[in-house]
Design a protein around this ligand. Sequence first.
Ligand code: ATP
Ligand code: MG
Length: 571
Amino acid sequence: MAEGVEGRAGEGARGRADGGVKGAGRVFGIDLGTTYSAIAYIDETGRPTVCRNDTNSEITPSVVQFETPTNVVVGESAKQSAFIDADSVVSLIKRQMGENKEYEFHGKIYTPESISALILRRLAADAASYTDGPVEQVVITVPAYFGARQKEATNKAGLIAGLDVVGILPEPVAAAVHYDLTKGGADKTVLVYDLGGGTFDTTVIQVGASEITVICTDGDTNLGGADWDARLRDHLLERFVAQARPAESPEDDAEFLQEVANKAEEVKKQLSVQESRPVQLRFAGAAARIEVSRAEFETMTVDLLDRTIEIVRRTLTTLGERAPDATIDEVLLVGGSTRMPMVAARLTKEFGWDPRLHDPELAVARGAAIFALSRVVYTMQQEAKENAGSQADAERAAAQVVTDVARQYGLSEQTVKQLSSKKTRSVLPKAFGVKLLDLSNRDRYYIKHLAFANDPLPTGDRTFTAKTIHHAQTEVLIELYEQAGTVVSEELSANNPLSDGSGRITGIPPQPVGQLANIDIVMSIDEDGLLQLRATERSTGKHLVITVTIGLSAEQLGLAIDAVSTISVSS
Ligand SMILES: Nc1ncnc2c1ncn2[C@@H]1O[C@H](COP(=O)(O)OP(=O)(O)OP(=O)(O)O)[C@@H](O)[C@H]1O
Ligand SMILES: [Mg+2]
């Protein structure tokens, strides 16, 4: 476990926090990871600081154990029960975000959103005790390649946990924000290679004097350290059976599987610094000592690494199309799995780069904390400016916000100004479009995309005019879809419908034979990647507005909040 990259004893930090603004609200940045999560805030010296949990660690396993009907356990001890208590433990829930899945524990139904909410509650409780103040406003990070469904699910997890989610931020952008604060300087084009526990993404970001701008992003939400662990686990089991020849099959023994899983992750981490490690295993009276070398480990996982390299290549191709003059000045490695030497070595071999590790486990949480503060300042300044009568008034109001925020969070005005001076601009990770009938083949529907992957956000208005299908048609159904895979395709099966992403325009006057009604569609996507669509029937002006709220409906959300808020969360 990566402890204390910039660590200090919990008590010392707590003492200092008290000296600042005891009990005052702060804003927090949360890295809700597939395998480990972290929560950070800007301390009174202006540094992004990661809160330690009650076992004094800066990272908390994202593992939930449904212990009793009224208590769940989140963190290390839940992780240690993952195999032993397989029926009551959920790991890697981030991989299910945005999916319509349900889990049942002790007669209650949970969704990926509500299980993530339990992790968020654990983090919020630890942060509250670490900073001795309430935790309300938060920014939660997501992989750059998360689509709208997954982002909205993450937003809802925050709501279910009772948090005020002031922003959803792509993880590589958070890492770049932190990089900029610690190592910034001249304008640079940075490639972030982020290999965490469950997801991989690669993002090219321009870090400039006033803006941090994403140029393009790509990734795989199902590729991470957990896959390397699984390979090593299978290898150890196979070798154990071959070497020790146990009388019973170990595959059915949960406790033994747990032990092998723990050892696999431990040995994987050791192999990042050592060339070879022995693993001692004992089961049903049989024992074996299995030596695993780094070279062997690299061979058994090379196809996983290949997949990341292929995505990097695709990203560079996109970069060539989007910004032909851009050159990569710096390659940042974030995510705990980039500690494996094979990652940097391979990037050097393939691309001639000299990548550097950038606080792999904590940069995202720290960057999110910086962004959270700047988001609060920005929102308050926008509101103040809207109410101002003149330009001078607006400037005074903006300056007052800096003073107010500085006082509220116990920071210097200089710190608030510095941390909130940069704008961040992201891109759309996946294409969006509407479903249309193919008029040349009336059995076929297809997706007409209006916005594409890597379009800068906000997109501005994207317009398109559709037509009714029959002359006597009096209503139309508008349905929104998001690209499902890595490559855009108009085939229906290559796109996912957005729940709540559809609606009807009714009462259209029947058109004379030979004529069809025109439906004008305007779609726009805001800077957080959330979408709005307006469809208007031209002759009557009748219209439909769809603001996509993906995932749980309002009613399901209410039920989830009730269910989760009555449960106690312990560590
Ligand atoms: N020294 C190390 N060598 C190899 N792997 C490591 C090392 N330290 C941590 N890891 C691995 O890094 C992963 C955790 O990294 P991190 O905390 O960045 O991921 P995450 O935030 O949980 O996942 P994601 O970003 O994919 O949602 C785990 O798979 C862990 O085993
Ligand atoms: Mg991560």
